[in-house]
Design a binder for this molecule. Sequence first.
Ligand code: PLP
Length: 235
Amino acid sequence: MNNVVQRIADNVAAVGQRIADAARRSGRSAAEVTLIAVTKYVGPTEVSALLEAGCRELGESRPQELWRKTEAIKKEGVHWHLIGHLQRNKVRRTLPSVTLIHSCDSLRLLAEIDRVAGEAGIRVPVLLESNISGDSEKHGFAPQEIEGILPEIGELHNVQLRGLMAMASLDGDFAVARQDFARLRELRDRLRENCPETISLAELSMGMSRDFEIAIEEGATMVRVGSALFEGVAR
Ligand SMILES: *Cc1c(COP(=O)(O)O)cnc(C)c1O
């Protein structure tokens, strides 16, 4: 094994252990938490190393980069997640490559996904991104706006809503991150009480390298981890 492969395998194992520990601390099972390995900083060599290390759920934040990598890396059982902003004119090209879109941030985008998916005869799993921290530079629905649009989303038959996604405040400390994550969970729990039957809100995609353990303690079912997987790897 070369150094990069070994180093990435070690990092994946370490992150996996931290996920399991955080799950246990909060009385959950590690199997309830999916690691999305974020590949936006790296090229094909490092992605191959991730696959060798057993990662099967991969995340990209830019649609063009997602297209490029899914073209280059065709492997059975590998799933790609879009975790960054999607423009409507990129929907058509993105849908065939993607397992879950975490970053749906407008009704217009959801309507376009529904339309294109309908033409293709597929149903697309999505999460709603919520700007839980209120940072002005972030995408996402305001938390208080989501309840009002759920009935409309329930009518989009080619879109399958599975949950919510958020990022913690950019400039907050760990206490602020915990508050942000708890707020997303509480929002989800509230929305569930009154949600159209066709909609599931089981998934909470929250937590990155800096704060994924806190996110798990607050109920994350998916953590999106990039830099921690590439520590010690020149890139
Ligand atoms: C880059 C990115 C991540 C991963 O960030 P790290 O801090 O490198 O783990 C997670 N989520 C989103 C939306 C991102 O853009």
